[in-house]
Design a protein around this ligand. Structure first.
Ligand code: FEO
Length: 397
């Protein structure tokens, strides 16, 4: 795949990582791969905005060579320190020894830790401008979206926002723009990225978007550093982030469980029947079967969570324990939930899940439903009613 002109004199020079299947170590499953997007601006000062992950450095350099056969990059904008965007920097800087870097103070500190190099770095702050020639870039610090060093770069002349990870998706494609891909897949991957990485930072994201809106800067294109570029409808991405940032929900329930001998699964299926018959949308996941990040993505817009586990050693089963550990860190707001599970004697799983709900601020809508060993007809009926009652509570919110 070659360098691609995305605007007059602005080129995508990134790389597509088709085969990556886990990201952030093993915290995020990337079933559709990802891309590392970098952008070359041809102006009096030739400027590269962000770079790619180290193993893709050569591929990126090849693309840059198609546009400028001799390496003569003047400026390097480092919007974010993380290795998927800076891994190629040592190679780029080796080829362009006079290049000047622009980044936040936190990014400068992090670069020195990661690369231990004597690079020419200028620290920039929100509102500061950098004249390239015909074009001027404006920097907008965006701490904790999603690292303390993160920054957005805005090009007024092209009305182009380069927000690094924000509005991105782990989505490997041969196409580069939102009007060239299946919109439902694009939104699914955008939501999955938000749910698994940005959800706990929702308040910060909301404030940043409001701050940018107050600046009254027109945005015709959003070019993130992962996935697809928003050129047809950048407002779609912004509106989605505003909604997710406000923790807006739909009348939808996600039921997640793990079962040892099948009793907890029977409970889950009856609960789902009750919710369905109450006319509320519901999705059911066995945490031992469905990958965690896929479940979390489904939870992003759901107003109700029902979680269940068989009890083991006075606690939840181990796979759902890992799921709950991750889920707790996402700090979902404005949700109701309830808990169920079968047990042999102590029933500790229910207590553990309720404790996690309390810690995350999920309102416990009804007392937990526990069943000892197998289920009789009355207990199965009770599970059905349990789902129906929860659905009715969700509808009334
Ligand atoms: Fe895509 Fe935070 O790095």
């Amino acid at each position: 795949m070659q360098a691609l002109k995305i605007l007059p004199d602005i080129y995508w020079v990134g790389a597509v990582d088709w085969n990556i299947r886990t990201f952030h170590g093993h915290t995020y499953s990337t079933k559709r791969g990802t891309t590392y997007n970098a952008y070359l601006i041809m102006d009096d000062k030739i400027t590269l905005v962000d770079a790619v992950y180290g193993p893709f450095a050569a591929e990126m350099i090849e693309k840059i060579k198609e546009i400028i056969p001799e390496q003569k990059i003047d400026y390097l904008i480092v919007n974010h320190l993380e290795l998927d965007h800076t891994g190629a920097l040592p190679e780029i800087i080796k080829l362009n020894p006079k290049v000047k870097l622009f980044c936040t103070q936190k990014c400068k500190e992090g670069l020195s830790r990661y690369y231990n190099a004597d690079w020419d770095i200028q620290v920039v702050h929100s509102g500061e401008k950098l004249k390239l020639g015909k074009r001027t870039l404006t920097f907008i610090e965006a701490p904790m979206i999603h690292w303390p060093d993160s920054m957005f770069t805005y090009c007024q002349d092209e009305q182009l926002l380069l927000p690094n990870d924000a509005f991105g998706q782990h989505y490997a494609t041969s196409e580069r723009f939102d009007d060239q891909v299946d919109l439902s897949i694009l939104m699914e991957e955008t939501a999955k990225y938000y749910a698994n990485i940005l959800w706990p930072l929702s308040q910060i994201i909301l404030k940043k978007i409001e701050e940018i809106q107050k600046l009254n800067i027109p945005i015709k294109m959003i070019a993130p550093s992962h996935g697809i570029i928003w050129r047809k409808d950048p407002q779609k991405a912004i509106k989605a982030y505003l909604s997710w940032g406000k923790n807006e929900t739909k009348p939808k329930v996600v039921v997640v469980y793990e079962s040892m001998y099948g009793a907890t699964e029977k409970m889950a299926r009856k609960i789902v029947q009750g919710i369905t018959d109450a006319g509320i949308s519901v999705k059911l996941f066995d945490a031992a079967v469905t990958e965690r990040t896929e479940i979390i993505a489904e939870m992003l817009e759901a107003g109700g969570f029902i979680i269940g586990s068989s009890s083991h050693d006075n606690d939840t089963l181990p796979t759902i324990a890992g799921f709950l550990h991750f889920f707790k860190g996402l700090k979902p707001k404005n949700r109701i939930g309830c808990v169920f599970g079968s047990y042999g004697w102590a029933g500790g799983a229910i207590k553990s899940i309720e404790e996690i709900f309390k810690q995350t601020g999920i309102e416990i809508a009804q007392p937990a439903l526990g069943v000892q060993y197998g289920l009789n007809e009355n207990e199965l009926r009770r599970c059905y009613e349990y789902g129906m009652e929860f659905a009715q509570k969700l509808r009334k919110r």
